[in-house]
Design a protein. Structure first.
Length: 327
């Protein structure tokens, strides 16, 4: 097992496969994009396989594939085929914007990959296009419906953005009323490539819940694992559920079981902290597995207790784009 210096078991790896994305959501990066890394700096599929196998051997039993947009990477399915057959993984999931997933839905189902987090910050077409700066609404909505029809466990991630998509909060809840999906509302975070700075937010988790409660006052809170970042609720008569993730307020840090590794091999022990090390050279130099394991264990042994503590160590952490740190 991987146990950190605060006696928390780390069993969940968020593994990024690319920093590239085909949307340009302004809360993530500037309109002109960011300086994407050269391809030779990205971990190869073989390196990602070795890394995943090593970490599963260390007790990681949940892996979420992230980006950027994972399906921008042409060889992604090669990795997913390998991971789906890897003994020790109890849950393999993907976070996607659903623009490119369509042709792969049937194979994902055949591989047993059923958990999909779909980023969708508006249910209104005009609002969607303003946020993403792209005309992809029909594709995204169509693939969402396909995923639901094929029985995937879909969680829709909706970042609440002041003066931009608040009017879509209640309409998007219609999805979990009609379908067995979870709509999760996230607080905005300032990881946008330095295009916006803020120290507080109007739409924090309490405000979001109060707003929903003004329309649906009879919702009930659901039980959740202590490692969950989402506070989940059920509205009577609705097929699905909704949740709120206090990503800016960081109320869940005490039970954090996550580790992030970027597409270039940076190991990030806290979203609000800088990388602690990079594993790319270890993988490319074909270092013994024991060396890689020791390096990861050392990093795990020096984690910040909370996101606030991690942020204090790096005043410029918000200059990063979310697409470059793996979501």
């Amino acid at each position: 097992m991987l146990i950190d210096n605060h006696n928390r078991r780390i069993n969940y790896l968020r593994l990024a496969v690319t920093d590239r994305c085909n949307l340009r959501c302004h809360y993530c990066m500037p309109s002109e994009g960011i300086n994407f890394v050269k391809n030779e700096k990205l971990l190869t599929i073989e390196e990602l396989q070795v890394l995943a196998k090593t970490m599963v051997d260390q007790g990681i039993d949940k892996i979420r594939i992230t980006g950027g947009e994972p399906f921008v990477r042409k060889d992604l399915m090669v990795l997913l085929r390998y991971l789906s057959s890897l003994s020790g993984i109890q849950e393999l999931s993907i976070t996607t914007n659903a623009t490119l997933i369509g042709p792969h839905i049937q194979e994902l189902k055949a591989l047993g990959i059923k958990n999909i987090n779909l980023s969708l910050d508006a249910i209104n077409r005009d609002t969607f296009e303003k946020i993403t700066r792209r005309d992809q609404y029909d594709v995204v909505y169509g693939n969402l419906m396909k995923l639901i029809e094929e029985g995937f466990h879909v969680r829709i991630n909706f970042i609440v953005l002041e003066d931009q998509n608040v009017q879509d909060i209640i309409p998007i809840l219609k999805l979990q009323q009609q379908y067995p999906v979870s709509v999760r509302f996230l607080e905005e975070m300032p990881f946008n490539g330095g295009s916006k700075h803020f120290d507080n937010i109007k739409w924090h988790y309490k405000a979001i819940l109060e707003y929903i409660g003004s329309y649906y006052p009879s919702f009930e809170k659901l039980a959740a694992p202590n490692t969950s970042t989402s506070i989940n609720y059920k509205i009577p008569g609705h097929q699905g559920t909704f949740g709120i993730i206090p990503s800016f307020s960081r109320t869940f840090c005490g039970s954090c079981n996550r580790l992030r590794i970027t597409a270039t091999g940076d190991v990030i022990t806290c979203l609000y902290g800088k990388p602690k090390m990079n594993v790319r050279s270890l993988l490319r130099n074909k270092e013994p597995e024991s060396v890689l394991k020791s390096a990861i264990e050392e990093v795990i042994g020096s984690r910040a207790k909370t996101g606030f503590d991690a942020q204090k160590e790096h005043a410029d952490v918000f200059e990063s784009s979310m697409t470059s740190i793996g979501g």
